[in-house]
Design a protein around this ligand. Structure first.
Ligand SMILES: Cc1cc2nc3c(=O)[nH]c(=O)nc-3n(C[C@H](O)[C@H](O)[C@H](O)COP(=O)(O)OP(=O)(O)OC[C@H]3O[C@@H](n4cnc5c(N)ncnc54)[C@H](O)[C@@H]3O)c2cc1C
Length: 451
């Protein structure tokens, strides 16, 4: 059987981006991608339901000005996705809709929360900034909740903070680091800290975010259409069950029926599932570390609406209450009307699943939507639910993030559970950039220019 230059396990956006970069490195590597499903894209996919094109969860792509996806697109894409600017973030709280307060000036006018709380939170932000400079270690593992619990904040303010914590990280305010919420996850980078504070004082945030026209799968289409001819083979319905190892070196993979050979394997599935593919070939401490990576489930409710309820260009964060953690609504037809039949609106509502009883979460989600949009019930013509894992690891305090290099020579990791930076497709792209740098350090590839 053919020996490939590299095998990539998983055809999600991380695996596909890695394969694209390899296929265009050093004059072109021959890459095999093995995907367990009968389709590619992982949780970056779009499909048809009753004439509506739904994505695997509501998606907005971040850091498109100078983030990792932008870098990868500039370097490797022949076909670029078409992005429409995301617009503004709106917050719906106690029946009132406001623009998200990015700056101190916005925050002072954000009159849906008590003024006292807003002033205290501005104070908390500056105190977190000075602590991050003076004693970063002390504060790095402090949760948002622990940081603000002594301020005696109103319930509505705590609900707001908790919903934003879930929205940014997938974890509640009790488990999210203060650094993460203020965007200071890289605690050593002084310039970044200063920029964040300047942004908070003066600049509207999230202006480099967008929705891809045609649906989220258009990003995957652009990647596969950029593969150089004859360089990348994709095999679907091929679940890798075993990584083949000889004397501590990777030799290939097996899906139980066939073996595929290469001295370089990049695994982009859940790292928590890797130990069972490695058996006794890795130290137990390494296997335990991977087993401890945790994730969360999300519920998306897609509604096809007979009329336009969401008029603004942008998306809406609906603040939760004690019974629920809130939701995020993205009216995707405001970016691309082609995703729905004429005159219809398609909206994705994303919720965190906080219980094992998914049916009860669905019921509560619909009640939550009706509470925030009382008349919407009469105009629904399509409902579609999705229960998916939005991030392969939650960005919370003490979360384990394995490095791209493994104890097995030739076996590398990519995917959202191998990077701490950002979220979603941006986090997946960071993981690919970091993995490529590791491959270069190990002389597996030579990059034309530094990443
Ligand atoms: C509800 C929801 C909302 C989201 N919102 C946003 C957003 O607003 N913005 C944003 O940027 N991102 C968002 N994301 C996240 C984004 O889609 C993901 O972070 C990204 O697509 C993950 O890519 P990945 O390749 O790392 O993982 P995956 O997409 O999980 O891909 C992994 C692939 O590996 C395959 N695989 C696993 N194990 C094996 C095996 N043993 N053998 C063969 N194949 C295997 C899987 O089938 C899968 O295809 C959202 C996701 C969801 C679900």
């Amino acid at each position: 059987m053919k020996k490939y230059d590299a095998i990539v396990v998983g055809a999600g956006v991380s695996g596909l981006l890695t394969a694209l970069a390899l296929s265009k490195s050093d004059g072109g590597k021959d890459v095999l991608i093995l995907e367990k499903e009968d389709h590619i894209g992982g949780v970056c996919r779009s499909y048809n339901v009753d004439g509506y094109t739904v994505d695997t969860g509501p998606h907005v792509i971040t850091q498109l000005k100078d983030g990792p996806l932008k870098k990868l697109m500039a370097r490797y894409f022949d076909v670029l996705p078409v992005f429409k600017p995301h617009g503004k973030y709106y917050v719906k709280i106690n029946g009132l809709t406001r623009e998200f307060p990015w700056t101190v000036a916005d925050w002072l006018q954000f009159n849906v929360l008590p003024l006292r709380d807003r002033i205290l939170l501005i104070q908390a932000l500056f105190s977190a900034f000075s602590a991050s400079v003076v004693s970063p270690k002390k504060i790095a593992d402090v949760s948002v909740y622990d940081y603000v619990k002594n301020y005696d904040l109103a319930e509505s303010t705590l609900n707001f903070i908790n919903t934003i914590a879930y929205f940014l990280t997938g974890a509640p305010m009790h488990d999210v680091s203060v650094f993460r919420i203020f965007g200071w996850s890289d605690t050593k980078n002084m310039q970044k800290k200063v920029t964040n504070v300047i942004n908070f004082l003066f600049r509207e945030g999230a202006t480099d975010q967008a929705y891809p026209v045609g649906g989220i799968e258009s990003i995957v289409d652009s990647i596969t259409r950029s593969f150089p001819e004859g360089r990348v083979d994709i095999k679907k319905n091929a679940e890798v069950k075993r990584i083949l190892i000889e004397n501590g070196l990777v030799k290939g993979v097996s899906d139980g029926k066939n073996e595929y050979y290469s001295d370089v394997v990049i695994y982009s599935g859940f790292v928590s599932e890797l130990p069972k593919m490695l058996g006794n070939d890795v130290p137990p401490e390494y296997a335990n570390k991977l087993n401890n990576v945790t994730n969360i489930l999300s519920l998306t409710v897609w509604l096809g609406l007979k009329k336009k309820y969401f008029k603004n260009v942008g998306s809406e964060i609906m603040i939760g209450d004690l019974d629920s953690v809130g939701a995020w609504a993205v009216p995707v037809t405001n970016y691309d009307q082609g995703l729905a039949p004429p005159g219809r609106q398609l909206v994705g509502f994303g919720f965190i699943v906080d219980s094992t009883d998914v049916e009860s979460v669905k019921k509560r989600a619909m009640e939550f939507i009706y509470r925030h949009w009382p008349s919407i019930e009469n105009d629904i013509e399509m409902v579609h639910y999705q229960v998916l894992v939005p991030e392969k690891s939650v960005n919370q305090i003490n979360q384990v993030v394995p490095s791209h290099r493994t104890p097995i020579q030739g076996l590398y990791l990519a995917g959202t559970d191998t990077s701490k930076k950002s979220m979603g497709v941006t986090r997946a792209s960071y993981s690919v950039v970091e993995c490529l740098k590791t491959l270069e350090e190990d002389r597996v590839i030579q990059l034309d220019a530094p990443m």
